[in-house]
Ligand binder design. Structure first.
Ligand code: NAI
Length: 333
């Protein structure tokens, strides 16, 4: 029996977390879900964005499956997602992106993982207005945070038999901050002589990714570039609806899709549940339940491959619930 915190989030969050819960339970795994919520909906109801019970649950269970949470642009509260990642030092944001048979995209053989530094960079929240006409933000890069994210990427490469890690930076312009990140990558790479360290400047990386994405295996980069590149890479494999993710620290892990709360389709039973279901599969793998994780992945791939019960973003006409039920049926069979 596992104790797992479940944070539904808002927007499409409750719909896709419900799907993921259903699919995970179909594997027969016994889970005691501790359901607590945070975000805009909770704020409206309770006047607080992250109630204490969320922190308590995370600190007790140390593992969570989380739906997306809306962050207003330009005003209001800072991102709860960024705050949770910082508070619990979930330094490694891991996003595997793989071509899925049955999804129409011009790109073939994409099989890469983005390691995004999750706790600092331009997301450190140090911003101020200088006057009505100017504002500034501070980009924080530390040796400690840079070394550990690069090490996580190399360790992944070792475990998964990858031959190359690509560090993405802009050290030609940001000589001190990105320069430090790059130096750390070079330092870590010395301990992995059998794995190549490739250095690519972020603008060139964007072009390379859309020209020939299959040349990359493991990408490691700072917070902002990682955020942007993961959405770009999602576009290579069928969109945000199919890309899972994890925020992993030394003592806690929160699993969540790359996508946000998708207000344009929220409450319409139209969201693709794949990304959160696959995040759930990543979570089971993290728990050592590889067999059950693989069962989920295979059921998802089969459902998409058959193309009968897929959501609109994948070219189909099924609802979230219909696609979820098709995946559950395959697991039970
Ligand atoms: P978004 O990822 O919510 O949506 C971008 C586009 O992708 C939209 O057209 C949406 O309909 C589509 N899309 C996203 N997920 C989908 C799914 N599962 N199935 C089908 N289509 C899907 O990005 P956006 O609009 O930039 O952000 C909306 C809100 O979500 C913002 O407040 C943002 O801050 C927040 N957000 C939260 C995240 C989290 O909680 N981890 C991550 C990213 C954004």
């Amino acid at each position: 029996m596992y104790n797992i915190t479940l944070i539904p989030g808002d927007g499409i969050g409750p719909e896709v977390t419900n799907s993921a819960k259903k699919v995970i339970e179909a594997t027969g795994l016994k889970i005691n879900w501790d359901i607590v919520n945070a975000g805009a909906d909770v704020y409206t109801e309770k006047g607080v964005l992250v109630p204490d019970e969320v922190f308590k649950s995370l600190e007790k269970n140390k593992i969570a499956l989380k739906g997306p949470i809306t962050t207003p642009v330009g005003c209001g509260f800072r991102s709860i997602n960024v705050a949770l990642r910082k508070k619990y030092d979930l330094f490694s944001n891991v996003r595997p992106l793989k071509t899925i048979s049955g999804i129409k995209t011009p790109f073939k053989d994409v099989d890469l993982v983005v390691f995004r530094e999750n706790t600092e960079g331009l997301y450190s929240g140090i911003e101020r207005s200088i006057s009505n006409d100017s504002a500034e933000a501070i980009k924080v890069i530390t040796r400690k945070a840079s070394l550990r994210i690069v090490k996580a990427a190399f360790e992944y490469a070792v475990t998964n038999n990858k031959k190359k890690v690509t560090v993405v930076h802009k050290a030609n312009i940001m000589k001190l901050t990105d320069g430090l990140f790059l130096d750390c990558a070079r330092e870590v790479s010395k301990d992995y002589s059998h794995i190549e360290l490739e250095e690519v400047i972020v603008d060139n990386m964007c072009m390379q990714l859309v020209m020939n994405p299959s040349q990359f295996q493991v990408i490691v980069t700072t917070n902002l570039y990682g955020d942007i590149l993961s959405d770009l890479c999602a576009g290579l494999v069928g969109g945000l609806g199919v890309v899972p993710g994890a925020n992993i620290g030394d003592n806690m892990a929160i699993f969540e899709a790359v996508h946000g709360s998708a207000p344009d389709i929220a409450g319409k039973n139209a969201a693709n549940p794949t990304a959160l279901i696959l995040s759930g599969a990543m979570m089971l793998n993290y728990l050592g339940e590889k067999k059950k994780s693989d069962i989920i992945i295979n059921a998802v791939l089969k459902t998409i491959g058959e193309g009968k019960y897929i959501t609109k973003d994948l070219g189909g006409s099924s609802s979230t619930i219909e696609m979820t039920d098709a995946i559950v049926e395959k697991i039970l069979a």
